[in-house]
Design a protein around this ligand. Structure first.
Ligand code: ZN
Length: 301
């Protein structure tokens, strides 16, 4: 069997083709160009599906992970920052190119499914993923299943209110977690104290223990993150919190400081980084397709 997994982000669309054991046979990626409107964005998704499918005589089914609030039952984008993308039926978008079963899920939830299948959450049943990028997203797994909530909003940890009367947020409220621990906020603060557009490798060289400005920024960042982990512990009581998104690459830098901030607050919940990196969403999409498409169910009989 050949199963395709897609992860449609705001800046990039990624895809993989796997066999039924999750062995990756082929990968492809392209710029999303979502700023050019949803027509272009959807055209790019369809183009990547074509590219990935080309070498194979048959693709059995497709799992699609996408940015935005997603209704996985109907395959519909319920809310998105990409203009015109809200209301799009992703099942139709993909099956009009490849006439096979298509399952759809939000990217963060797919990433958690991927990590649970063959990444850092393997063997765990109750896990929360915090995705730290330009925005802060996430997903919650309870007893091995993704928790969607009554309106598919469960796991939007970025809009947990952290600071009363704090910074204004895009959601209309103030003091949301996203305004304090998004990777974009961290980068801005680093640039402010260092006066340069430093890349991650440079931060590695300027280890926080040897630079009080970096230590101050990371101290505040990990403090906010620790409060969030404490709130997650009280809300969802998971066995593990995973850090994903762009910030998983920074994890080794801020992890020692985070451990200290967690200990200060008497929080014993383990916090780890994801293992599958940028592929976690695609791999989770493949797993979803394997579990939910009719073709795989028939072949497994
Ligand atoms: Zn918010």
């Amino acid at each position: 069997m050949r199963i395709m997994g897609l992860d449609c982000g705001v800046t990039e669309i990624r895809g993989i083709v796997c066999n039924q054991d999750g062995k990756v046979l082929n990968t492809a990626r392209m710029a999303a160009e979502s700023g050019e409107g949803f027509f272009k964005y959807i055209h790019n998704i369809q183009s990547l599906v074509n590219t990935l499918a080309q070498p194979y005589s048959e693709i059995s089914c497709v799992g699609v992970a996408s940015t935005g609030r997603i209704d996985p039952q109907n395959g519909i984008v319920l809310n998105s920052t990409i203009p015109g993308y809200t209301g799009i039926n992703l099942r139709v978008v993909v099956s009009s190119v490849l006439d096979v079963d298509v399952v759809v899920q939000n990217s963060d939830r797919a990433a958690l499914i991927g990590e649970s299948w063959m990444g850092a959450a393997k063997g765990y049943k109750d896990v929360v993923l915090l995705t730290l990028g330009t925005i802060v997203g996430g997903a919650t797994m309870i007893d091995g299943n993704i928790h969607h909530g009554s309106s598919f909003r469960a796991g939007e940890w970025g809009h947990m209110q952290l600071i009363p009367n704090g910074k204004p947020c895009s959601c209309g409220r103030t003091g949301c977690l996203e305004q304090y621990i998004a990777t974009s906020i961290l980068s801005e603060q680093m640039e402010r104290v260092l006066g340069l557009n430093a890349c991650r490798e440079e931060y590695h060289e300027l280890y926080p223990g040897e630079n009080e400005n970096i230590a101050a920024v990371l101290g505040e960042f990990t403090g906010h993150l620790a409060w969030a982990v404490g709130n997650i512990e009280a809300t969802a009581d998971p066995e593990l919190v995973l850090i994903g998104g762009e910030s998983f690459e920074w994890f080794d830098i801020f992890s020692p400081l985070l451990s200290g901030e967690l200990a200060k607050r008497n929080i014993r919940l383990p916090v780890k980084k994801i293992l599958l990196g940028s592929d976690s969403g695609c791999i989770g999409a493949v797993k979803l397709a394997l579990e939910n498409c009719q073709c795989t169910k028939n072949k497994n009989k």
